[in-house]
Structure formats: structure tokens, C-alpha cells
Design a protein around this ligand. Structure first.
Ligand code: ADP
Length: 342
């Protein structure tokens, strides 16, 4: 019996810009037809990783196998299978129709061209009659991003790499980009890797989430991470000081490391602080958004504690008993010992 090769298998990857190492990945597999979410602060290496996966940049060291085979970076063969949608998509200075049809025309594949452009635009929620004749500069940020996405989808790529696809788009476009991504997997088994700062959006679309920090990858799942710097506190405690004066205390890691994971199940939500609980973190924050998880009936809430964002899965009972809604001020509680260091 042969087991299926993953879409990607990265081995011993190191990438440098000049003398600076920006990626260090010992091994990473990405399964075919999976949707992987990439999470990480600015400068952590997400774009660089996506460029490596697109074979648009060659890693300084290491091997990337695509479906079990090494690929030649920049070769037309791989570029037709794998496509990267960059953060600020580049549109040709032509009409929407020309932009979406461009890739097929290059391939001299003009069969039912209009119908295919129409379908691709429909997939991203753009009406053909209205948008096909529009010039590239007559589009909002969200519309331009969706046109760029349609121009990729029409080519039915095996892999779709999306770099912050909803960073500058409206809520409706964010939903349409999510639906179009899911359809790409459903209709032709596309594999997707998506970097986004919007955790809730990313959780609503991806099967697996990877966190990147300083060029290292961690598989944290849908859990909350707190990145350093941490200061050494008293006896076996480290602290993170937020700019708004709040302090998070955590049991110190056994060896030096950078990322603290606080599992969702360890965090409780309340409206008031409890007195005299020295090892209990009680952080004031605000609910940023709430999203119904259709599969479970739970509500995913994103809560900002100053500039940190936490995601919790709440029951309808908690929502009604605490009267929770976006904008509401809340307290998140977890013990210093609830930390796992990775
Ligand atoms: P992210 O997408 O997570 O913001 P990037 O992959 O863009 O991270 O960047 C990772 C690191 O590499 C950053 O420190 C960034 O400044 C640096 N970097 C990115 N591109 C280049 C480049 N072309 N030349 C030099 N340094 C770069």
C-alpha cells in the first residue's frame, strides 16, 4: 500500500536575508486539500514562508518537496500549480474582465472565456455585468482584492497561498473571500495556506493553525498565545507588562523559550475581579467580536486585553447569564500555572 504524499514536505529549512536568519523550520508537512492558517506578529516570517511555498524564493538551505518531488523554483511548471495572492494585489491597468481573463489568455485557453470569467467573478460575489467593464482604478480595496482572487481561481490552482487577504477589506468581502477559498477546496481539492491577523476569520476557515514567532513554527491549534518579552519576577515567575499597566504573571519555563500558550479551557470570563487571589491573572478587556460556530452552537468571542487578543469558546448559557455582547467590558481569569511553554 502506498501512502499519499503530502502537498508539501519541508525539511531543514533555513532562510536568511543577508546575515539575518528569518526562518528556521526543521520539518513541516502540509496535507493535500487542507486549509492551514498562519498566525504571527509582524516580521515573524509569514510572508517569507508563503514565498518559499510559492517557489518564488529559494530557501538559503533545505529542501521543499511538492507532492514528494523537489521542484525547480520559478519554473513555469510549478508556477502554474501554485499561486500566491500578495497582501497588496497587483492588478493590470486594464478592465476587470482583462484582469480575470489574463491567465487563461496567456495559456491560450480561450474556450468559453466569457462564461468562465463570469463564474470566477460570481464566486467572489461580483456581478459580471456591473464589474467586467470596470477599470482597475474604479474598485474599492475589497473589490480589488476579490478581482485578484477571481484571477487566481479561474486557473484552478492546486495550491492557493493567501497573504493577509482580508487586511484591508470590508466585512462582506472577508466573508466572500472565505467562501471562495472553501469552494476552491470543495470543487477541485485545492490546498490553501492563509496568513491573517484576524484570528476569528482564520479559525472559521482553517483546519489547522500554525503560529510563527521569530521564524520558528509552532502548532498551537486554536489556542491563545502570549509572546515575550517576559521579565523575571520573584521565585519561578515571569511577568509580562502591558503598556496599559496590567501585568500577566506566569510560572517560569524550565528552559529558555519564547511563547506561552494558555489553553481556552483554562480561561474563564467574568464581569468583576475576585479579591485576594495572588496567582490568579485577572485581566480587564473588551469583547471585540462574537461569531456563532455553526457545528457546535458555541460562540467564539475575541477579547482584547490592551493589545493582546484572546479567543474563547462560550456557551449560549454564558452569553445570556453574563449578558455578553461586542463592546462589553469583561475580566479574563487564568492561573499563573495554566501556562504551557513551547
Ligand atoms: P511577516 O510576513 O510575518 O510580517 P516577513 O516574512 O515579511 O514577516 O519578514 C520576516 C523578517 O524578514 C522581518 O524581519 C523582515 O524585516 C525581514 N525581511 C523580509 N523581506 C526582506 C527582504 N527582502 N530583505 C531583507 N529583510 C527582509
Amino acid at each position: 500500500m502506498t501512502t499519499k504524499e503530502p502537498a508539501y514536505h519541508l525539511n531543514d529549512i533555513r532562510h536568511y536575508y543577508g546575515d539575518t536568519k528569518v526562518l528556521e523550520i526543521d520539518t513541516l508537512k502540509i496535507e493535500e486539500s487542507s486549509i492551514t492558517g498562519l498566525i504571527g506578529p509582524n516580521g515573524s516570517g509569514k510572508t517569507t514562508l508563503l514565498k518559499l511555498l510559492a517557489f518564488a524564493v529559494k530557501p538559503t538551505r533545505g529542501i521543499i518537496l511538492y507532492k514528494g518531488r523537489p521542484e525547480v523554483p520559478f519554473s513555469p511548471a510549478i508556477r502554474s500549480k501554485v499561486t500566491l495572492l500578495t497582501q497588496k494585489p497587483y492588478l493590470l491597468k486594464r478592465t476587470v474582465f482583462e484582469n480575470v481573463a489574463y491567465g487563461l489568455k496567456i495559456r491560450k485557453d480561450k474556450n468559453r472565456l466569457e462564461e468562465r470569467v463570469k463564474n470566477a467573478l460570481l464566486t467572489v460575489g461580483l456581478d459580471f455585468q456591473k464589474f467586467a467593464p470596470r477599470k482597475w482604478h474604479e474598485l474599492s480595496g475589497g473589490e480589488a482584492q476579490r478581482v485578484a482572487m477571481a484571477a487566481r481561481l479561474i486557473l484552478k490552482p492546486e495550491v492557493l497561498l493567501l497573504d493577509e487577504p482580508i487586511a484591508s477589506v470590508d466585512t462582506e468581502s472577508a466573508g466572500l473571500i472565505r467562501d471562495a477559498s472553501l469552494k476552491a477546496r470543495e470543487n477541485w481539492g485545492a490546498t490553501l495556506v492563509i496568513a491573517s491577523h484576524d484570528l476569528q476569520w482564520l479559525y472559521s476557515i482553517s483546519d489547522r493553525q500554525l503560529s510563527i514567532f521569530n521564524g520558528n513554527i509552532f502548532s498551537t491549534g486554536m489556542e491563545n498565545i502570549i509572546t515575550g518579552p517576559f521579565e523575571q519576577g520573584d521565585d519561578k515567575i515571569v511577568v509580562k507588562k502591558l503598556d496599559d499597566g496590567q501585568i500577566i504573571t506566569l510560572t517560569a519555563p524550565e528552559k529558555k523559550t519564547g511563547i506561552a500558550v494558555i489553553r481556552k479551557k483554562s480561561i474563564s470570563i467574568d464581569l468583576e475581579k475576585q479579591a485576594d487571589q495572588s496567582f490568579l491573572n485577572q485581566l480587564s478587556g473588551q469583547i471585540a467580536s462574537m461569531l456563532l460556530e455553526k457545528k457546535t452552537g458555541h460562540i467564539m468571542a475575541t477579547i482584547y486585553i490592551h493589545d493582546l487578543s484572546f479567543v474563547l469558546r462560550l456557551t449560549p448559557g454564558q452569553i445570556s447569564s453574563l449578558d455578553l455582547y461586542p463592546g462589553k467590558k469583561v475580566i479574563l481569569k487564568f492561573q499563573s500555572t495554566d501556562v504551557e511553554w513551547i
